[in-house]
Design a protein around this ligand. Structure first.
Ligand SMILES: Cc1cc2nc3c(=O)[nH]c(=O)nc-3n(C[C@H](O)[C@H](O)[C@H](O)COP(=O)(O)OP(=O)(O)OC[C@H]3O[C@@H](n4cnc5c(N)ncnc54)[C@H](O)[C@@H]3O)c2cc1C
Length: 372
């Protein structure tokens, strides 16, 4: 009888697990997918929202509702100024809406960038017509003649046509209660992404996998981590013995043509921090060193600035590779913007090129002309 696999959830982790099973198995197995929704990646929802893709918020149904409610000139209020709300910000503006963002923390993007970066971003958004109110606590939302009235602990009320709650993710764990699977903030997994139950694996937003920089188990809730988890889990389900070496936390978002990114332990208070600021551009870099390794970074600058775009990739590479920057630290301390020569001279590309998730080069999915 063929091996039977059950995948629960048709998101990024589940789809990558299925693909890896098919790539790795010796004999064709039977795969059953059980999912609350049709398979798709939530990362594409912002593009569905601004109608740059046809069909693929938090779920597709919520996205459809939002499109139906948002007319040109509508006042949309987003509650929460975190990564996810920023991923849909451009789409809301593209629908022709007037946008206000409210945030309980004293600054926007509190779990992605530091206060200096947040300040630059808030000013940029205001210049682009987005009203930003940080440090305000929402206390009530009530109907007001077909509109919504938002009240706050301090400050004036806001009248909105559409309210979007984007106050953070909560791992969907309730359905696992009583299953015997060990749960902490997410599902606890070992070095092969196995749970404590034999033959049961966990991957993606639900799994507390290894963070490559901190060495601790963490929920990343980002697409690249879900993809890597899915690949490792699928290979192990197909009978291979693949260890998971951890993923790098990264958040990259563009709002009104301003690129904002952070990598690794960008908020590590114990790290040696070096920063550079060009407020008029605006451009900002923060580099965090643990010994001679770059273990965290923040980068912010206009998208049209090619150096910004290149530096995003190079900083991620420096953090991911963990190469020694002993010879270059003084240079970066003097000029944190001059990343390119350091990236080249430190042979970071050579360190990264042999890296693979599954211990072998990627294979192109059937019919795809390039390996992905
Ligand atoms: C609007 C939005 C924008 C985003 N943008 C980015 C981005 O730019 N970059 C980035 O890196 N990440 C982004 N993310 C995060 C990224 O989409 C997630 O990290 C990724 O989708 C996680 O994949 P997953 O397979 O673990 O979970 P999901 O994609 O959430 O898939 C899980 C699936 O399981 C189903 N399910 C849940 N419980 C059950 C159950 N009990 N039984 C059956 N089915 C169940 C769900 O309905 C869902 O279809 C974004 C997320 C959102 C919502």
């Amino acid at each position: 009888m063929a091996t039977r696999h059950l995948i629960i959830g048709g998101g990024t982790a589940g789809m990558n697990a299925m693909r890896a099973i098919r790539e790795e198995e010796g004999e064709r197995s039977e795969i059953t997918l059980v999912s609350a929704e049709k398979p798709y990646s939530r990362m594409v929802l912002p593009y569905y929202l601004d109608r740059s893709i046809a069909e693929s918020h938090w779920t597709l149904d919520q996205c459809r509702n939002l499109i139906a409610q948002t007319k040109a000139g509508s006042h949309v209020v987003m509650v929460g100024a975190g990564f996810i709300s920023f991923t849909i910000l451009n789409s809301i503006l593209a629908l022709g809406a007037k946008l206000t963002i409210v945030e309980i923390a004293p600054r926007i993007l509190p779990r992605m960038i530091d206060a200096t970066g947040a300040d630059l971003t808030a000013r940029w958004l205001k210049q682009h017509g987005v009203d930003v109110r940080a440090g305000v606590q929402l206390t009530k939302i009530e109907d007001a003649r077909g509109r919504k009235r938002l009240s706050f602990k301090t400050g004036p009320d806001i009248l909105a046509d559409v309210v979007i709650m984007a106050t953070g993710i909560k791992t969907n764990l309730d359905w696992l209660k009583g299953s015997g699977i060990t749960i902490n903030r997410g599902v606890v997994v070992d070095s092969h992404l196995r749970t404590n139950e034999p033959n049961v694996y966990a991957a993606g937003d639900i799994a507390e996998g290894l963070d490559r920089i901190s060495g601790h188990s963490e929920i990343h809730a980002i697409e690249p981590t879900a993809q890597e988890h899915g690949r490792v889990v699928g290979s192990n389900m197909a009978g291979r013995d693949v260890s998971y070496h951890g993923s790098v936390l990264m958040n990259i978002v563009e709002v009104c043509h301003l690129d904002i990114a952070s990598f690794g332990a960008w908020d590590d208070a114990k790290a040696e921090a070096v920063s550079g600021l060009k407020p008029d551009r605006p451009a900002y870099r923060k580099l965090l060193f643990t010994g001679n390794r770059l273990t965290g970074a923040i980068i912010l600058g206009p998208s049209k600035d090619i150096w910004t775009t290149n530096d995003v990739g190079m900083l991620k590479g420096l953090v991911q590779s963990g190469v020694s920057l002993a010879r270059f630290k003084d240079h970066l301390r003097r000029n944190p913007f001059d990343v390119k020569p350091v990236f080249i001279a430190s042979n970071t590309t050579s360190a990264l090129l042999p890296e693979t998730v599954l211990g072998r080069p990627s294979k192109a999915p059937a019919g795809t002309p390039v390996a992905v």
